[in-house]
Ligand binder design. Structure first.
Ligand code: MG
Length: 250
């Protein structure tokens, strides 16, 4: 399934996306829902972030090829940090380049959407707790990250968490082509099979620290090729089977 959240005529609803049509659903994508006999053209709706997380958990360095690029040691455990939900924006929304920063970077990432309240699960159990996957751009003020020595300011500006366009269920997360295109040019090009920690290992690890809720987002780190953006640039995170998330820098 391909779940979207959308606004139409002031109303926010969930739907199922198939090609360029959205079928309205009633109920809860995390529980019971039914498909209503109402279908909209994708052009008739505004897509919103596909979930409403209580938190966004991000994994730092998690790609072998990225670790090699940086000449860094392979981490023994996932390094995690949080992004505030106030940074969330949806597909086609604008990313605001803050005045405080001289270098804002894109980071294409695969994000996991949690299905239900999850605490202390093993890697084997983790799969049952994943609703699906979506595209995420872990936008980062790189200069402020270096200046502060910790990451909260650099990662937390409003609009620094573009996500979407949909939640794709019934796929495997650990072998997907992932790319970032800036103004149509491929800047990041890898595969989630390069991840040091698999999606199941990450969900298990985070669940041993904090209770995860339905709709929570866990993003899984970025491959090599991160780089800066300027005002006017278009950035697209493209992940095989998951979709394409486009945003413009202003
Ligand atoms: Mg990142």
């Amino acid at each position: 399934m391909n779940y979207v959240r959308f606004r139409r005529e002031g109303q926010v609803n969930y739907g199922i996306l198939k090609e360029d049509k959205v079928s309205l659903i009633k109920g809860d994508v995390y529980g019971d829902y039914s498909i209503v006999d109402k279908v909209y053209d994708l052009t008739e709706v505004d897509l919103l972030p596909p979930c409403q997380p209580s938190k966004i958990v991000c994994v730092g360095l998690n790609y072998l090829d990225h670790a090699q690029e940086l000449g860094m040691e392979i981490p023994k455990k996932p390094i995690i940090f949080l992004k505030p939900t106030s940074a969330l924006v949806g597909p086609e929304d604008k990313i605001k380049h803050p005045r405080m920063s001289q270098q804002v970077d894109y980071e294409a990432e695969l994000a996991i959407v949690i299905k239900e309240r999850t605490k202390d699960v093993s890697s084997e159990e983790a799969k049952e707790h994943i609703l699906g996957y979506t595209c995420f751009n872990d936008v980062t003020a790189r200069d402020l990250q270096a200046e502060d020595g910790q990451w909260t300011r650099a990662k937390s500006f409003d609009t620094f968490a573009p996500v979407g366009p949909s939640i794709v269920s019934d796929i495997e997360g650990n072998n997907l082509k992932i790319e970032l295109l800036k103004n149509g040019e491929v800047k990041q090009d890898s595969n989630t099979d390069q991840m040091i920690f698999t999606v199941e290992e990450i969900v298990s690890f985070v669940s041993q620290i904090m209770t995860l809720e339905a709709g929570d987002l866990i993003t899984t780190g970025t491959p090599p090729g991160v780089g800066p953006v300027e005002k006017g640039d278009e950035v697209v995170v493209e992940i095989e089977k998951v979709g394409s998330l486009k945003n413009i820098i202003i």
